[in-house]
Design a protein around this ligand. Structure first.
Ligand code: XIL
Length: 457
């Protein structure tokens, strides 16, 4: 089990920085507690997901960051990004030993400036290998793969929330076998070797196995991946999460047992992520169902769509995304946002547990306003808090949390952090007088945030 041990503090800066900057209506009523089905009206995907302790992300093509129509939607709607191609092996190590981080770093910088979480994609894969790697085999390839994992995970250490360590290693169809590839031919243990190398290089990133056609619980491929994860957990191979790509097409539709698949993986003790969602012709029902299924599983951490506008999609002729080529919201967007806003909380996280109240009201130390804490929803691993300011319309509130607890998401304010990551200064940003945040317990379920000051202006 030693190999699954890890540093308790996860990638603190980005965890602490996930911010929903758009105006959020959820907490417009002073003192409102986030309740299942309560009338909430977050106006962006990221804001609404954050209120439920989730992220809503998108794949980003770095070249499109120069397109202001694209970045306007990106920055407004999403609080997580995955590089569509720029962190793949051929992009990062085009020649052996020569690493090219420029485009990937640019995406990470953009994400940091916008307080978005970054999913790293992908350290080891049979596809999009550079030519030099495609021509390798045996021990030489194994070592080159492990060196790539180590170098890349080290380079991005502290900046990546989740790594897709291994992508698409299982065969389609009914065999339940591994996919044949040059990596597979180096030995069946190549996957766990990659995970161990990744953990060593970046102990603070969550490590995921990612694949497609593992959505239907009855499929042999799904069952095979499930057994691998079960085996890894039982042997202490460091794995934290499973990513379901969920590219739904005519050949691989949204399955009615999708929620069973999510909850079954989660029951193994890993988080689940929907990592590359797109659905042919963007039917509202299927998009809505995916959101509802994720919200119903406490360990479903978020949803990433594989592109912003249909014209950005790798399957653009299928119009599978939430925005049309002109950047307008499609019916599927409305279905997703509504499902998020109406989303019931995860059933397994005892959301009705009354949270300790901390210090509900802190008198301002001469700051000209008062900040009142209202405890919000509690899950097994995290809880929400809202803070309502009275006595001023523009303000800054200093909130301290107790490590190893960490604030993972915020809404309806503009936060900055001290160097420890434990003290947040939240400033009004025009979203009203109530802001909120989600705190990860990280093993401490009793501590609650303390208001240090409320300063007007
Ligand atoms: C795709 C990209 O979207 C394309 O731009 C590229 O040409 C091929 O790869 N599964 C994955 C993603 O894990 O990396 C793939 O992305 C889509 C399928």
């Amino acid at each position: 089990m030693a190999n699954s041990s890890r540093a308790p503090g996860r990638s603190r800066r980005l965890r602490a920085a996930l911010v929903v900057s758009a105006a959020v209506g959820l907490l417009a009523t002073a003192g409102a507690v986030v309740l299942p089905g309560s009338a909430s009206a977050a106006s962006t995907l990221g804001a609404s997901a954050a209120e439920r302790g989730r992220y809503f992300g998108t794949a980003v093509a770095v070249s499109r960051l120069n397109d202001s129509a694209y970045t306007t939607i990106l920055n407004r709607e999403f609080n997580q990004v995955t590089a569509e191609n720029e962190m793949k092996i051929d992009a990062l190590q085009p020649n052996q030993g020569q690493f090219n981080y420029g485009n990937a770093d640019r995406l990470v910088q953009h994400a940091r400036s916008q307080n978005m979480l970054v999913r790293g994609h992908t350290l080891a894969w049979h596809s999009q290998q550079p030519g030099w790697m495609q021509n390798m085999s045996g021990t030489t390839l194994r070592n080159a793969m492990l060196n790539h994992v180590t170098q890349v995970a080290t380079h991005f250490r502290g900046q990546i929330e989740w790594w897709d360590v291994v992508n698409e290693a299982f065969a389609d169809g009914g065999s339940g076998a591994r996919r044949d590839s040059n990596l597979q031919r180096t030995g069946n243990d190549w996957i766990e070797a990659a995970f161990r190398a990744a953990r060593q290089a970046d102990p603070n990133a969550d490590l995921c196995y990612n694949d497609y056609n593992i959505d239907n619980w009855n499929d042999a491929k799904t069952q095979a991946v499930y057994r691998m994860v079960q085996d890894f957990k039982s042997r202490g191979v460091p794995i934290d999460c499973v990513g379901l790509q969920s590219h739904f097409t005519g050949g691989s539709n949204y399955p009615s047992n999708y929620r069973t698949t999510l909850s079954s993986f989660a029951a193994l003790g890993v988080d689940v992520h929907i990592t590359e969602l797109d659905i042919r012709n963007a039917p509202t029902d299927a998009y809505r169902n995916v959101v509802n299924d994720c919200l119903a599983v406490a360990r479903c951490k978020g949803i990433t769509v594989w592109g912003i506008r249909d014209s950005d999609s790798w399957r653009s002729s299928e119009n599978p995304l939430l925005f049309n080529g002109s950047g307008q919201k499609k019916p599927a967007y409305d279905a997703v946002l509504t499902a998020l806003n109406n989303g019931t909380p995860p059933p397994t996280g005892n959301p009705t547990t009354p949270p300790p109240t901390g210090n509900p009201t802190t008198p301002p130390p001469g700051g000209g306003c008062t900040a009142t804490v209202t405890p919000g929803q509690v899950w097994g691993d995290r809880y929400n808090t809202s803070v309502t300011v009275s006595g001023a319309s523009t303000w800054s509130v200093v909130v301290a949390i107790t490590p190893p607890q960490r604030i993972s998401t915020t809404w309806s304010g503009s936060p900055t952090w001290d160097s420890s990551g434990n003290v947040m200064t939240m400033r009004s940003n025009g979203s009203g007088n109530t802001f909120g945040f989600t705190t990860m317990m990280n093993g401490n379920s009793s501590a609650r945030p303390q208001i240090r000051s409320c300063t007007a202006g």
